[in-house]
Ligand binder design. Structure first.
Ligand code: SAM
Length: 442
């Protein structure tokens, strides 16, 4: 009998999608997937390396598993695996498999190697030609929302970011494959898909195959239209890279109501000096122009962003410019990160000269500004009807259901568990700091 495998996922949506893909391959090879580490013979940790803290968390988890495990086979997959390679074996004697970001489809072979007596197995190779992106519905993280990777890797080489090293160069799937997958998801009853990738709008397939029938100024805006034509009810996409953000994306959203009204566009800083040191390839004016296009859209589009505070060399004045940028952009949501040095990135050689206390102070100041802005934006939803995909019961109250609006806000409302999976209209009558509350309208 084949072993039972448990996969634990850390980090971004790409990792969630990779775990789903790995699980699909493992089940096809005859393994049973289980929901707990305790009941598993094989434990795979799908790791994130974007910040050092995330990386440390994995080694703490391995130590826990080692303590509790007895005779489990432990494998590390994902970004930490790709970056650290062999060194993981030295770091922890409990780990027997190291599986790089493009080796997800070969995990059954690696397990077999260990079961046939090899002490350790390592695969940091590229994806094989013709490897399938297929994900079985049973492995998906939700029966209602599906992640569809459209591009892997990153060519941007921002000076702070480890992703180009952990995930390799950008590689786009063909539009035909993507559209076929979305059609299938629709037939299976999924109500919402997220087109995902480190930089979705840098999408550049080798051919136009599958999007000949739609027009668009860029390959990505064509893909959006081709995917919208499938009739999938709600289509979201993340993350967009500012330099590649073409106004045609906004036009496509205006043309197709099923392209959702939410754009995530990480700015990282409001200071041109810092943006240059970050090697972002855009300055604050370029970014503002793109935001203007988004704000002027005929549809009200929700805008969210990422910002790093305390990047090497960031002065009080640079930070003030970031605060100003945030005031002007009026984001619906903001992810704020304190700069953390990542070995292997160009910025690791810069002088990390903003003290931890100063990073915290800037983080808190920005957070407080965003809270005020967000309060205003969220209040503007009072009395409005929003369409919500009901994803499950609220963690706070058994009597409430929770889901996301098309503009990707968390919405809670009084309702029965039987509503899960349905799209309902909710009249907003209460505003919390990071969610909306309302009453379901029949
Ligand atoms: N592709 C996205 C972009 O446009 O840059 C980035 C994806 S990254 C996984 C998510 C966020 O983590 C980044 O947008 C950035 O704000 C943050 N981040 C990345 N590297 C970081 C570092 N060294 N220190 C702090 N935050 C970091």
């Amino acid at each position: 009998m084949k072993s039972k495998v448990y996969i634990e996922t850390f980090g971004c949506q790409m990792n969630v999608a990779d775990s789903e893909r790995a699980a699909t391959g493992l089940r096809k090879a005859g393994y049973e997937l289980t929901q707990s580490a305790e009941s598993a013979d094989v434990v795979l940790l799908n790791t994130c390396s974007v910040r050092e803290r995330a990386e440390r968390k994995v080694f703490t988890r391995i130590a826990d598993l080692q303590g509790a495990s007895g005779k489990k086979l432990i494998g590390v997959m994902g970004c930490v695996a790709q970056l650290e390679g062999e060194a993981i074996f030295d770091h922890s004697s409990a780990v027997q498999m190291v599986i790089g970001t493009r080796a997800t489809d070969r995990i059954p072979l690696l397990i077999e190697r260990i079961q046939n007596g090899e002490e350790r197995a390592l695969d940091l190779g590229e994806r094989g030609d013709g490897e399938s992106w297929e994900i079985s519905p049973v492995e998906r993280h939700s029966p209602h929302v599906a992640f569809v990777p459209i591009i892997e890797g990153c060519n941007k080489f921002c000076s702070f970011c480890i992703v180009p090293y952990s995930r390799g160069r950008e590689k786009s799937r063909s539009a035909r494959e993507i559209v076929t997958e979305v059609r299938r998801l629709r037939e299976l009853g999924y109500r919402e898909i997220h087109l995902i990738g480190q930089n979705v709008n840098s999408y550049r397939p080798r051919t136009q195959d599958g999007q000949e029938h739609v027009f668009g100024a860029t390959a990505f805006s064509r893909l959006l239209r081709a995917v919208a034509e499938t009739g999938m009810e709600r289509i979201k996409f993340t993350t967009s890279f500012p330099r590649d953000f073409h106004p045609d994306i906004v036009l496509a959203i205006e043309e197709y109501p099923n392209l959702c009204d939410w754009i995530h566009l990480p700015v990282q800083s409001g200071s041109d000096r810092i943006l240059k040191a970050m090697r972002r390839g855009h300055n604050s004016e370029d970014y503002r122009r793109r935001v203007e296009t988004i704000k002027k859209s005929k549809r009200r589009l929700s805008l969210t962003s990422d910002i790093i505070v305390g990047f090497p060399g960031e002065t009080e004045e640079d930070f003030e410019q970031t605060m100003k940028q945030v005031e002007q952009c009026e984001y619906d949501g903001l992810y704020i990160f304190k700069y953390s040095k990542r070995a292997g990135t160009p910025a690791a050689n810069f002088n990390d000269d903003v003290s931890p206390a100063e990073k915290t102070a800037r983080f808190l100041a920005l957070e407080s500004l965003q809270r005020e802005i967000q309060k205003g934006i969220y209040r503007s939803y009072l009395g409005r009807l929003v369409s919500v995909l009901v994803e499950g019961q609220s963690a706070r109250s058994m009597a409430d259901m929770t889901g996301h609006s098309t503009c990707h806000k968390v919405v809670n409302f009084r309702g029965a568990a039987t509503l899960e999976g349905q799209i309902v209209d909710v009249l907003i009558n209460e505003v919390k700091s990071n969610s909306l509350y309302g009453e379901r309208m029949s």
